[in-house]
Write a new protein. Structure first.
Length: 319
């Protein structure tokens, strides 16, 4: 089986949100995608960035990978943790906290095994904070539209900011699942970082999040998955923490890169962060990296394109 294939989504329907139609247009420009033919199921890991003070972009990162090929990567992660004493005490890989000597000594090996033993694609969607909403001309209009739509369909009572964030995340993940599923893939598990989108509120629940995602997914694929699951992050669980950290790296690094190269807010990178940036700029034969960007347009609502990262912490945004 070839690890990569060329595939395309069908032309989007006019009823789809403009956000989704733009994503489809950019996805169809990608030359290759991972080939999951023969796989039994897929894992999805996701993390999000850009909510701290001074951030100029919201970043939504997710990894879709072949679950039945994960045991080899898990074993390699175990060896690295044992070699560098990362379990005593437990230490996770976190983009904002790379100062530990144990992390510094292991980061090269950790990134290398991710490229060598994960079969999948790491995706980041970065959205300019100057764009008020992806679902309306104003922040109030767009967020109210999404919240009212969810409530009208019995899917909970959501704050506008959280409802919009959920839709920004659900659409690209659903599009990638619809594009990459094969005849053999009939199940998936999505594990998200603990976040407002999967909290249990007074008038909504994690069950609502699951239902909403499945309805978004049904927009893009007519054949439902037979088995699916959703989970939140597990505390101090080595392997899920390790694989989730790849999405944390992407969300954090893309936020910093775009702040500097698009907004002119330069950041000083640590040697470890520079290694992560370089890693994000290079797809391997098995783990591909796709980066999309939405920026505020001077003439219209927004511009959309792909982010090509060079081997240094620089970025070329193609619109």
């Amino acid at each position: 089986m070839q690890p990569s294939i060329t595939v395309k989504l069908p032309d989007p329907e006019n009823t789809y949100p403009l956000y989704a139609r733009n994503l489809i247009g950019e996805m169809n420009k990608q030359l290759i995608y991972p080939n999951f033919e023969g796989s039994n199921g897929l894992w999805i890991m996701s993390d999000y960035g850009g909510e701290h003070k001074g951030a100029k972009f919201n970043t939504y990162s997710f990894l879709i990978c072949c679950s039945d090929k994960a045991p080899v990567h898990r074993e390699e992660c175990r060896k690295i943790r044992e070699k560098h004493s990362l379990n005593s005490p437990f230490k996770e890989f976190n983009y904002k906290d790379l100062d530990s000597s144990r992390v510094k000594s292991s980061i090269d090996e950790f990134l290398k095994i991710s490229d060598s033993f994960i079969h999948g694609v790491l995706v980041t969607v970065s959205i300019d904070k100057e764009i008020p909403s992806m679902f309306g001309h104003t922040k109030k209009e767009g967020q109210r539209e999404v919240s009212n739509l969810l409530k009208a369909h019995g899917l909970g009572d959501w704050k506008g900011t959280v409802a919009e964030k959920l839709m920004r995340i659900c659409h690209p993940i659903a599009l990638y699942l619809a594009l990459l599923r094969t005849e053999s893939v009939d199940k998936f598990m999505w594990q998200s970082d603990n976040d407002a989108i999967n909290d249990n509120g007074n008038k909504r629940s994690f069950d609502d999040t699951r239902t909403i995602f499945n309805r978004v997914l049904a927009m893009y694929t007519k054949k439902p998955f037979e088995i699916y699951g959703f989970a939140k992050s597990f505390k101090d669980e080595p392997y899920t923490s390790d694989i989730m950290s790849l999405t944390d790296f992407a969300a954090g690094a893309l936020q910093d890169l775009l702040c500097g190269k698009v907004k002119g807010v330069e950041k000083k990178y640590s040697p470890e962060q520079e290694k992560i940036v370089k890693w994000l700029g290079n797809s391997s034969n098995y783990l591909q990296k796709h980066h999309y960007i939405f920026t505020k347009s001077k003439e219209g609502i927004w511009d959309v394109g792909q982010v090509n990262i060079t081997t240094r912490p620089e970025v070329d945004s193609k619109h």
